[in-house]
Design a protein around this ligand. Structure first.
Ligand SMILES: C[S@@+](CC[C@H](N)C(=O)[O-])C[C@H]1O[C@@H](n2cnc3c(N)ncnc32)[C@H](O)[C@@H]1O
Ligand SMILES: CC(C)=CCC/C(C)=C/COP(=O)(O)OP(=O)(O)O
Ligand SMILES: [Mg+2]
Length: 291
């Protein structure tokens, strides 16, 4: 099997496409929240997304126990990796010779899991040089640098040929870009018959407009959460036909309720919990066929 061709050196850092992207690059270059690093330290998979699934209360044990906090961190991390597993479950059949693309790849945890499951190459793009270096260092430590590579690059202008990718995804990264531009770029890089998957938080058109909690999340992360309707429209306009739309809101609430009790809270927990509960915000997976 051939290794990734280094046509663009991983160290090349392009100028940000817009001042906003410069701000986002800076945000992620400076990010070092314990809620992300301590969870990643559990097994070396570093995520910047949230968790899904039921809490394993037996594994957590007694809150009065001195080992409880460590168990809580491991449990939150297990739920975040379970989220990636569900995303990967929706990629369809992937072979060892296929190329997968992680758009907005963070520190690369999902990319490592994808390679471990499918044995194929996984290319990621992030605006943050620190994240790309982190992901590439982890891949080197794991001996999979020939298969898993992160680059500093705008996901609206990715360094892949037309039709090159068997599947691509955004895991909690689509709220930083215009959705029509994003879906057009995924549609370009995907082979006909390929699969696009996003897991995202979106505001619910049935609520009316973005709630104050959604506005609080936007301000906290400097992002721009889209509505569920916008996702459908942007996909439909770009030859991406939804194959599955899964409302993960009930599955992510236990993660947030558990996280709110931990010492690693960041202050955004209340906004997620309240907006999921009042129906103004939804956590969804959308898998679409490139037709
Ligand atoms: C919340 S993190 C998600 C990281 C990763 N997908 C995960 O699940 O761990 C958002 C990511 O989107 C990336 N991002 C935001 N806008 C981007 C853009 N225009 N091009 C490439 N990456 C972008 C950020 O650099 C960051 O890595
Ligand atoms: C679902 C939505 C709206 C997500 C917004 C994007 C985002 C910042 C995700 C989590 O990143 P993180 O893991 O760095 O955040 P935290 O530090 O809160 O765990
Ligand atoms: Mg996190």
């Amino acid at each position: 099997m051939s290794s990734i061709e280094l046509t663009t050196p991983a160290t090349f850092i392009p100028a940000p496409a817009t001042p906003y992207q410069g701000d986002i690059a800076r945000y992620w270059n400076e990010e070092a929240r314990p809620v992300n690093l301590r969870l990643g330290d559990v097994d070396g998979l570093y995520h910047h997304h949230y968790g899904i699934g039921d809490i394993d209360h037996d594994a957590l044990g007694d809150p009065a126990d001195s080992a409880y906090e460590k168990k809580l961190i491991a449990e939150l991390h297990r739920l975040e990796s379970a989220q990636t597993d569900v995303l990967l479950d929706n990629l369809g059949t992937i072979g060892r010779d296929d190329l997968l693309v992680d758009a907005g790849c963070g520190r690369g945890g999902s990319m490592v899991m994808a390679h471990q499951r499918f044995g194929c190459k996984v290319e990621g793009v992030t605006l943050s040089a620190k994240q790309a270096d982190f992901g590439n260092n982890r891949a080197a430590e794991l001996g999979i640098a020939d298969f898993v590579r992160s680059r500093v690059c705008n996901m609206l202008d990715m360094p892949f040929e037309t039709g090159q990718a068997a599947a691509s995804w955004n895991n909690e990264s689509s709220m930083y870009v215009d959705l029509h531009d994003l879906m057009a770029e995924h549609s370009r890089i995907l082979a006909v018959g390929g699969r696009y998957v996003t897991i995202t938080g979106c505001w619910n058109p049935r609520y009316g407009q973005p709630s104050k909690w959604v506005s609080q999340i936007n301000a906290h992360f400097e992002c721009n959460i889209h509505s569920r309707r916008e996702y459908m429209r942007a996909m439909a306009d770009n030859r991406l036909v939804p194959q599955a739309v899964i409302d993960l809101t009930p599955a992510t609430l236990p993660y947030w309720e558990l996280r709110a009790t931990s010492s690693l809270v960041t202050g955004i927990e209340e906004a997620f919990i309240n907006s999921y509960r009042d129906g103004s915000f939804q956590y969804v997976l959308i898998a679409a066929d490139r037709v």
